[in-house]
Design a protein around this ligand. Structure first.
Ligand SMILES: O=C(O)CCC(=O)C(=O)O
Ligand SMILES: [Fe+2]
Length: 205
C-alpha cells in the first residue's frame, strides 16, 4: 500500500542547490562561533539527547534536567543572545510557510554518528498553527511521520542535503522523528554528520 503522509506535510527535494547549501553551512559555522553547540538533556532524567544543539533567532529552544523543554532568549551556557536568522532561511520561510510573520526560533540540530531523534510532536510553542519549516544539510536521514496520536503507523521519507520539509495544518501536530542518519555519505558538514535547521513561530501572530 502507498504510504500516507498527513495533510499539510510537504517535501521539497533539493530546494537548496549545492552552492546554497555551502552558504548555509558557512552561516551555521558563524552562528555556532557565537552560540556554540551544547549537549541538551531530557527533563527530569537528565539523559543526554543524541543530537547537540544551538539556535538562530530571537528565541532558542533548549532543554535540560531541571527546567525541561522551553524557549530562551539566551544561550544556556554562555548567557549571550542567539545569532540572527540568516537571510537564506528568512527567504525560505517567506517562500514556503504561507505565514504573515517571521519565525522566532531556528533550532540547529547536529546529528553525529549514531544520532537520531525519537518520535515527538513539536508542542512547546504557544501557537501550533504556524508551520514548522526545516532544512536538511549533509548526511541523508530517514524522516518518519505518523498521526496526531502516539502509536500507529508512520510514513518515511529519506531526506537529502538541501531538502526542505514543511509541517503545516494537521502535519504540524503529528508525531515525527529521525530514525537513522546515513553517516558519512556526505562531505558537506566539516566535522561530519547531518545538520537540521528547524524554524518555528512561538507566539501567535
Ligand atoms: O532533524 C529533523 O529532520 C527533524 C528535527 C525535529 O523534528 C525537531 O527538531 O523538532
Ligand atoms: Fe520536531
Amino acid at each position: 500500500m502507498a504510504q500516507s503522509f498527513p495533510p499539510g506535510f510537504a517535501h521539497y527535494p533539493l530546494y537548496f542547490d549545492p552552492a546554497q547549501q555551502a552558504l548555509l553551512i558557512e552561516a551555521v559555522k558563524a552562528g555556532v562561533k557565537q552560540a556554540p553547540f551544547y549537549q541538551p538533556t531530557m527533563p527530569r532524567t537528565g539523559t543526554p539527547l543524541s543530537v547537540v544543539m544551538s539556535n538562530f533567532g530571537p528565541l532558542g529552544w533548549v532543554t535540560d534536567k531541571d527546567d525541561g523543554y522551553r524557549y530562551e532568549v539566551t544561550h544556556p551556557k554562555t548567557g549571550a543572545p542567539w545569532p540572527d536568522l540568516p537571510k537564506l532561511l528568512r527567504d525560505l520561510w517567506e517562500d514556503v510557510s504561507d505565514w504573515p510573520d517571521l519565525p522566532e526560533a531556528c533550532l540547529i540540530n547536529w546529528y553525529r554518528d549514531g544520532a537520531k531523534m525519537g518520535l515527538h510532536v513539536d508542542q512547546d510553542e504557544l501557537d501550533l498553527n504556524a508551520p514548522v519549516v526545516s532544512v536538511s544539510l549533509g548526511d541523508p536521514a530517514l524522516f518518519k511521520i505518523g498521526g496526531e496520536k502516539r502509536g500507529g503507523t508512520t510514513a518515511g521519507v529519506k531526506l537529502f542535503s538541501g531538502d526542505v520539509v514543511v509541517l503545516a495544518g494537521s502535519a504540524r501536530r503529528c508525531y515525527h522523528g529521525v530514525s537513522r542518519v546515513f553517516y558519512g555519505e556526505s562531505a558537506l558538514v566539516p566535522k561530519g554528520g547531518r545538520i537540521n535547521l528547524t524554524m518555528r513561530r512561538v507566539h501567535p501572530s
